[in-house]
Ligand binder design. Structure first.
Ligand SMILES: [Zn+2]
Length: 98
């Protein structure tokens, strides 16, 4: 079984670069909650990379405290590809099997 590739907020921020502000303002405020549905802000979140090099952000719904998440399609974006590869190398260094 493959390990979950957790990445830090700093690493995710690094991937997005100048677009991070937009992510914080428009994406992390527009997540999905199992109870409230779409359009909720996410708090206390953690991010992971999946096998498609996309990121999944999981945390709590700011409204009800339930589980909220958001899928970030970054793997197909050429602008981010190199940075994602860098992060994967960092994960290998700390012993995470990819
Ligand atoms: Zn909710």
């Amino acid at each position: 079984m493959k390990a979950v590739k957790k990445i830090t907020k700093g690493q995710l921020k690094y991937v997005y670069g100048d677009n991070w502000k937009n992510v914080e303002e428009r994406i992390l405020t527009n997540c999905f909650c199992g109870k409230c549905g779409g359009g909720v802000a996410i708090i206390d979140w953690e991010a992971e990379l999946n096998d498609l090099n996309d990121a999944v952000v999981r945390g709590k719904c700011a409204k009800c405290g339930g589980s909220a998440n958001r899928y970030l399609e970054i793997g197909e974006n050429g602008e981010y590809e190199e940075k994602i590869e860098e992060i994967k190398k960092q994960l290998v260094k700390i012993g995470i099997k990819l």
